[in-house]
Design a protein around this ligand. Sequence first.
Ligand SMILES: CC(C)(COP(=O)(O)OP(=O)(O)OC[C@H]1O[C@@H](n2cnc3c(N)ncnc32)[C@H](O)[C@@H]1OP(=O)(O)O)[C@@H](O)C(=O)NCCC(=O)NCCS
Length: 183
Amino acid sequence: MLSLPLRDDARLGALETWHAEEFAAHMDRAREHIRPWVGQRFVTDDVDGARATLARYAEWQAADGARLYGIWHDGRLVGGVMYVSFSADLGSCEIGCWLEPSAEGLGLVTAACRALLDWAFTTRGLARAEWHCRADNDRSAAVAKRLGMTLEGVRRKAWPYQGERHDKELWAVLAEEWQEWNA
Ligand SMILES: CC(C)(COP(=O)(O)OP(=O)(O)OC[C@H]1O[C@@H](n2cnc3c(N)ncnc32)[C@H](O)[C@@H]1OP(=O)(O)O)[C@@H](O)C(=O)NCCC(=O)NCCS
């Protein structure tokens, strides 16, 4: 996939090492908004850090593992979605997401995640897709719900952040549920 329209003013596209400067500029707009909620290694400070993230995902993708995609809204990179992990052998993946503040509330991430779920279940034949979020991340849990995921459990104090430990929710949707709703 080089680029997939999400709607008239937004598209999902491969986010690759050649986007490093654009990704770093986006991270400047997103950094403090996403910091409490995403993996700390993802929150970079400069172009080299942004390039390192993109290179890491390129390596994982080459091994049929994790993958990263950007969301462009009115031509500007405003966030993205990823397979945090992807295993054809285990038939399972985990999906993640982020947005800069100006792009929240538009339905972009829900639409982008639907494209990832469809590819995982329909094209790749996976059995299960997971969503992990801090238990107090209401907007993230709302996306999981909107995607039809079920809350399967809470891993207590599994999310360390700035000296405190937070509970982590595990949401998931199964292939047969997805196929039934999208038949
Ligand atoms: C989690 C995060 C990506 C969710 O963003 P979001 O904008 O709430 O999610 P979506 O893009 O799916 O948009 C849904 C919102 O758009 C609205 N919307 C508008 N048109 C819509 C449409 N066609 N379809 C779905 N929702 C639509 C929904 O009502 C909802 O708004 P509301 O919550 O005010 O009711 C965002 O809050 C974020 O980046 N947070 C920080 C990083 C983070 O937490 N990442 C996840 C880690 S687990």
